[in-house]
Design a protein around this ligand. Sequence first.
Ligand SMILES: O=C(CO)COP(=O)(O)O
Length: 253
Amino acid sequence: MGRKFFVGGNWKCNGTADQVDKIVKILNEGQVPSPDVVEVVVSPPYVFLPVVKSQLRPEFHVAAQNCWVKKGGAFTGEVSAEMLVNLGIPWVILGHSERRSLLGESSEFVGDKVAYALSQGLKVIACVGETLEQRESGSTMDVVSGQTKAIAERIKDWTNVVIAYEPVWAIGTGKVATPAQAQDVHAFLRDWLKTNVSPEVAESTRIIYGGSVTAANSKELAGQLDVDGFLVGGASLKPEFIDIISSATVKSA
Ligand SMILES: O=C(CO)COP(=O)(O)O
């Protein structure tokens, strides 16, 4: 069985109740390939998770954008993995570069979060990616493998993990990685998994690309051998998200 194409929509810290209604309507009315071909997960801010979950078409799922690193308790402002499970939220995004850079989350902390979330039964979209400075100094592969290693050291079962490669310089900048740049890093990560985890995990784990994905570039990116889908920011708030989801057909064609 091949890797099912995966498209995530990361709404980040955006949206009012009215805007959320509109986005859900677009998602519910959009013509997309069957769930056998593409898995779709949208990630609204915490406060909108219950309403989006209850209104969204049943074949689309929801993800939180973060969760606490261990069992809940006296951690003001945090939301625990148990709470997400309790509300029937199946997915969580962890290690997004905005949290790594703006909130100081280290690779070890992200690894701990991934391990805890999986232990509670959540599925995880784990983000990795280099900054422009790191790319220019030639350390891209060291950075992404280091971030992946911090996860690999803490988990055994990769069944419920999707890796999102999101070069920081491509996020929200309109500077999308070229298909070849994305493919290079995805192939490197798959090979890293093969060597350091197992050939089976390398073959079955989806590695998705994020960073300025739009309807105009998604088909070409989707055509790359090791690109198994997308994590979309800005364009996931717009009708073009439906076209990005539909780029899954490139794989099944
Ligand atoms: O960070 C991203 C998704 O998690 C990508 O954001 P943009 O698609 O807005 O560049």
